[in-house]
Each structure stands twice: as structure tokens, then as C-alpha cells.
Design a protein around this ligand. Structure first.
Ligand code: ADP
Length: 475
């Protein structure tokens, strides 16, 4: 982007802008329903008057939320690119850095510049830095400053009502939970869209986008290899998938080879996987309280696996050697996935809640940590998969027909339904953990003592350990 500094407005230097971004929706792969929703908005943006005559107004703001690297920035640029509108990018943290009293005027500058180019698009990445809950914990200081900035954003967005110059504000965050609710009230960010980690199908589509400018021996080989990587790269974001291909390209060049082969792809996949690890393989110098967390996590997951013995994911063993937000439990390979019932999906959501649930049970709601982060995302993804991709819920038809207009407001309905499944699964999971608490404690103890435990021993403990009837617990 060109820096607006070149326009001679020194105070607005932090804003980058370009006439149009050149990015289109074709650059974003997977999660088709998100594209359909945003395409609708672009249509309204482009033909503002036509729609106004019909009484349809463009949303003031779109909030994209999800883990880093899932393509939120890419989507914002695609909206600008498709609509052919000027794009002003800022980062929430830029508003709160600097001196007192600057945040509000920076926001003001940003909006007035965007308005002078209207119709245009403002993109505020990491909007949580300025838009977190008022009165909450003041992380990193600058609380008053942030509040001024946030109030200014709210004012500016409300101000659009009178003005005819259309500015669409797109916000992005990976911390929806800490956002000030005032931001998502009607007339502000009234479209909230979750951008999640891609499914296997989505991963393949993303890999294909980023493999376009890479060389493979043949189209057939490329297809086979990308399918394998999509299968293996569970939990990877779009940015991480793109990295796999870039690294593979570099490795290929280093070897003076003309084509990317399986070897380079697998090597770079494993390198990427390594970056997930937050610590080392050897747990000898891991602090004791972290070890306890890891042991409870693995134990809770294992006990839940015993509770649902008909599961398609029988487990082999687990340990606390690897310090990562990803559970260490190892599963056996089975072909049972070919026939999954709705109850299997629901049980999978319940199982995926185990890490977070045990942390909440043992350490309290306020003391959950990154140790259970990956599993919490898994629970959400299980729920999304069930709702959209299985044909087992009312919303599935939108996915199969590939039109979001089959189901109006798909993203919002998805949010609501997801939340309902997750709330149910969390409660169910906690009830199971309470009932099986003695088994959880015993497996945890073995893990803390030995560092690892096999499935056989877990089963033995699970069968012998007493159960705590739930009524007794509730009294
Ligand atoms: P976020 O804003 O969510 O942190 P970005 O939009 O910055 O993520 O993603 C970084 C890069 O990763 C993008 O520029 C793009 O190259 C790639 N990427 C991420 N998600 C996708 C996707 N769904 N399809 C294609 N590329 C993607």
C-alpha cells in the first residue's frame, strides 16, 4: 500500500491505503459460506442506490474473528478488491501506543480520510487492542487512552447514519471474548463472522491456491501429493499451509531440483508442525505446576475416551513429555470414520471439551490456560463440521448447495447453533469428569510419577476406579 504520509497528513501516517487491493475472493479458499456472505455485502456496496431504493442498507461493520493466519486480512482485502474501493488499513495497537490524547484523534483522522474517499473500506486489525471491554483488566496499561479511542470509533460508526457517504468498517480479532459488547450492537459491527481453521477439504483447496505458481512433475502427482498433505496437516491455518508450500519450494531449489516432490513437502510439513510446540521434548525442567496441568489434561482426555468406548478413535498411550497446547495422546488409525452417526459427532464434541473442562474444574474458570487452547478450538470445529458438513442439521443444506442465500444470515445462525452444541457438550463433559474423578486423579498420578501411561493401564484404572454418583455431587 501507499502510505498516506505521502498525502502530507503526518498524523495519519500509520494508515496505509491503496486505490484497490488487487485481491479477489478467488484468493481465499475453503469456507465457501463465508465468501458467499461477503459477496452479498460487496453487491450491496457496489449498487448502493439500487439497494437503498429497495430499503436494503449495507451493514456498517463486519467483524471477522478466528485464530491468526486464517485469512481475515485476506478477506478484508478481497472485499475491497472485488468492490474496487479504496482500502485503509490500520492496526488496533497503533491507536494505543504513543502519547495520551492521541488515540481518539487518530481514529478521527482515519475515518475522515476514509470518508473523503467514500465509498471506501476501513480495515482495523487486532481491534481488541482498542476495543476491549471497558472496566476490564487493563492489560498493558493505557486504559483511559483506549477508552477514548473506543468511544471515538463508536461515535464515528454511529455518525454514518446521517451521512450519505458509505464507509464499510471491517474489524478483525482473535479475541472475540474480550471485545466491548457496545461494538457488536446493531448499527455498528452488526455482522459477526467466524473464520475458523479449515477442514480437510478446505485445506486441499487452500493448498491448491498456493501451489499455482509451483512446479510439480505432473498434474496427477500434484493432486495426489496435495491430498496427502491436506490429510496430514490437521489444525493448520491457511498461513501455515502456504508456508508448507513455500518451504518445500525453497528446499527444492536448494537441491537444484526442478520439481517439488513428496520428500520436500513432508519435510516442510514436519518443520511447520515443530513450530506448534511451545517447549521442549524433555520435561525434566518443566515447572511442576505446568506438569500438573499437562497431566490432568491428558488424563481427562483419556478418561473421556474410555467413557465413549464405541468411539472411532481408540487411543494407544499418552505422556507429559511434550509441552504443547496440543494434547499428547496418540490414537490408533482406524477406518471407522466411514460410518459416523450424529451421536458420534456429538460425543466427539464432548470429548474435545475435556481439556478445558478439567482446567475449569481443577483451577477455576479464571485460571484456564494455553494448555487447553488447541482442544477448545477442536470442540468448536467438531461442532461446525457437524452443523454444516454432515447433512444432519438444518443448516447443512446451505453447505451442500453452496449458496448462503438458501439460509439467510447463515453465519449468525451458525454462531447460535454452535454455541448451543458447545454449551451442552461442556456441561456433559464436566458431569462425566465429576463422575469419573477418582479415575482422573489416578491416571494423573501415574503420569506425574512416570511421565507416560499406556492405554491398557488407563483402561484398568478406569474400570476399577469408583464412580461418584452425580446427585451426590450436586447436593
Ligand atoms: P489473519 O488476518 O487471519 O491473521 P491473513 O489474512 O494475514 O490471516 O493470512 C495470511 C496469509 O495466509 C494470507 O495472505 C494468505 O496467503 C494465506 N491464507 C490464509 N487463509 C487462507 C485461505 N483460506 N485461502 C488462501 N490463503 C490463505
Amino acid at each position: 500500500y501507499d502510505s498516506l504520509g505521502s498525502l502530507g497528513k503526518s498524523r495519519a501516517k500509520f494508515i496505509s491505503a491503496s486505490e484497490t487491493t488487487g485481491v479477489t475472493f478467488d484468493d481465499f479458499a475453503g469456507q465457501e459460506y463465508i465468501k458467499k456472505e461477503l459477496q452479498e455485502i460487496v453487491k450491496i456496496l457496489k449498487n448502493e442506490e439500487e439497494y437503498q431504493d429497495k430499503g436494503i442498507v449495507c451493514p456498517k461493520g463486519v467483524l471477522l474473528h478466528g485464530p491468526p493466519g486464517t485469512g481475515k486480512t485476506l478477506l478484508a482485502k478481497a472485499i475491497a478488491g472485488e468492490a474496487g474501493l479504496p482500502f485503509f488499513a490500520a492496526n488496533g495497537t497503533e491507536f494505543v501506543e504513543m502519547f495520551m490524547g492521541v488515540a481518539a484523534s487518530r481514529v478521527k483522522d482515519l475515518f475522515s480520510t476514509a470518508r473523503s474517499f467514500a465509498p471506501s473500506i476501513i480495515f482495523i486489525d487486532e481491534i481488541d487492542a482498542i476495543g476491549s471491554k471497558r472496566g476490564g483488566p487493563d492489560i498493558g496499561g493505557g486504559g483511559a487512552e483506549r477508552e477514548q479511542g473506543l468511544l471515538q470509533i463508536l461515535n464515528e460508526m454511529d455518525g454514518f447514519k446521517e451521512s450519505t457517504s458509505q464507509v464499510l468498517v471491517i474489524g478483525a480479532t482473535n479475541r472475540l471474548d474480550i471485545l466491548d459488547p457496545a461494538l457488536i450492537r446493531k448499527g455498528r459491527f452488526d455482522k459477526v463472522i467466524r473464520v475458523g481453521r479449515p477442514s480437510r477439504v478446505g485445506r486441499l483447496a487452500i493448498l491448491k491456491v498456493h501451489a499455482k505458481n509451483k512446479f510439480f512433475r505432473s498434474e496427477e502427482e500434484k493432486q495426489v501429493l496435495l491430498e496427502e498433505i491436506a490429510e496430514l496437516a490437521v489444525d493448520f491455518t491457511g498461513a501455515e499451509l502456504q508456508n508448507i508450500l513455500n518451504e518445500a519450494g525453497i528446499l527444492t531449489a536448494r537441491k537444484d531440483q526442478d520439481f517439488i516432490t513428496r520428500e520436500e513437502l513432508l519435510e516442510s510439513l514436519n518443520r511447520q508442525k515443530g513450530t506448534f510446540k511451545t517447549g521442549q521434548e524433555d520435561s525434566s525442567d518443566v515447572p511442576q505446576d505446568l506438569k500438573i496441568r499437562l497431566a490432568y489434561r491428558e488424563s481427562a482426555i483419556a478418561v473421556l475416551a474410555c467413557f465413549y468406548p464405541e468411539s472411532n478413535r481408540p487411543f494407544l498411550e499418552t505422556d507429559i513429555f511434550s509441552v504443547s497446547s496440543k494434547p499428547n495422546i496418540k490414537y490408533a488409525k482406524t477406518s471407522a470414520e466411514a460410518f459416523l452417526k450424529k451421536s458420534d459427532y456429538i460425543n466427539a464434541i464432548v470429548r474435545a471439551c475435556a481439556s478445558r473442562a478439567i482446567e475449569e474444574e481443577m483451577f477455576g474458570l479464571e485460571n484456564v490456560s494455553w494448555v487447553s487452547a488447541k482442544s477448545s478450538i477442536e470442540a468448536l470445529e467438531c461442532a461446525e463440521r457437524l452443523i454444516l458438513q454432515t447433512g444432519m442439521t438444518a443448516l447443512s443444506k446451505a453447505f451442500y448447495r453452496k449458496y448462503s442465500d438458501v439460509v439467510p444470515n447463515l453465519a449468525e445462525k451458525l454462531e447460535v447453533l454452535c454455541a448451543a452444541y458447545l454449551a451442552f457438550a461442556e456441561e456433559k463433559c464436566k458431569a462425566i469428569l465429576r463422575e469419573c474423578r477418582p479415575a482422573v486423579e489416578m491416571v494423573t498420578e501415574v503420569l506425574l510419577e512416570k511421565g507416560a501411561i499406556k492405554a491398557e493401564q488407563i483402561w484398568e484404572i478406569y474400570k476399577k476406579a469408583p464412580r461418584i454418583p452425580q446427585q451426590a455431587v450436586n447436593e
